[in-house]
Ligand binder design. Sequence first.
Ligand code: HEC
Length: 295
Amino acid sequence: MNKCSHTTLPLILGVFLLIAFTNPAYAQVNVVEALIEFKNLDGLVKSLKPEELNTLARQKTLKVFEVHEGRERQYKVYPAQSVFDQMFGPSWRIADEIIFTCQDGYRPSIPVAKFLTYDAYLAVASADSKPFTLSNALQNHEVVALGPAYLIWDNLKSPALLDEGASDMPYQIARIELASFAARFPGMFPPAGASAETKRGFLHFRKYCMACHTINGQGGGKAPELNYPVSVIEYFKPGYLKQWIDNPASLRYNTTMPALTVAIPEREKVIEEIIAYLTAMRDVKRMRPAGNSKQ
Ligand code: HEC
């Protein structure tokens, strides 16, 4: 028995533990197998592993313009309409919104009408010999895992979708939920008697901001609350708020908030209407966290 083993063994163990706790490949061993939960207005319908989507629809390969990377990519996908038909029955088509809750806290609420107008797909793997990850050019080229599932749109067939940017393309989807927006997020509504500009701003906020941010505790879980207890309207100079939405990186180095999509029509007006909505919400502060919990 040499002296050395007393010192090297703990060292080796220490290095192993260090690797085990810092290396994501090891960390994943402890993660419970990823499931996608489907909920309707009455509660849980079913939880599935991504590969079990093949019991609901036929898998195919789809080429899209990958908005997050600014180039074309191919994914293995299931048509969303077929999955929803099988999972929820045909009545999903007359529902109000579909809310996607993601592992990273992102939570977009997408109108059902969009799924009836354009072809959406749930991607479960990469089909171009790359890992099922992407380098998100919209958020500092952060490399993100896309599974359990990633919502994409056939934007080569419908180029109008390209102007919308990436807000309706959630990845790391852990739950898909049929919902009535008003019942799920009552705290986000502008006050009674709000102007038409404020109401339009509310619609833009739902489309471009709420997936990450909360208002009165309701919305996404990826970025700070913007209204309670002190509204951003109260501590941002108006000019700076406009500049922030237009181009956050021009105010804060290394920020991970993406700029509002450049291609959206009447972008300047959209920003002003979003600010009108935030201004109106300043007068209706209330903490209603119920709609924001992970359940
Ligand atoms: C993809 C997620 C995401 C989206 C979408 C998003 N934000 Fe953000 N936002 C962030 C993150 C992350 C921060 C914190 C960034 C930082 O501090 O650098 C942030 C910070 C902010 C802040 C500053 C808050 C503070 O007190 O510092 C404001 C204001 C804001 N966002 C407004 C908006 C508005 C308005 C929209 C819609 C046009 C929007 N955000 C869309 C992620 C997002």
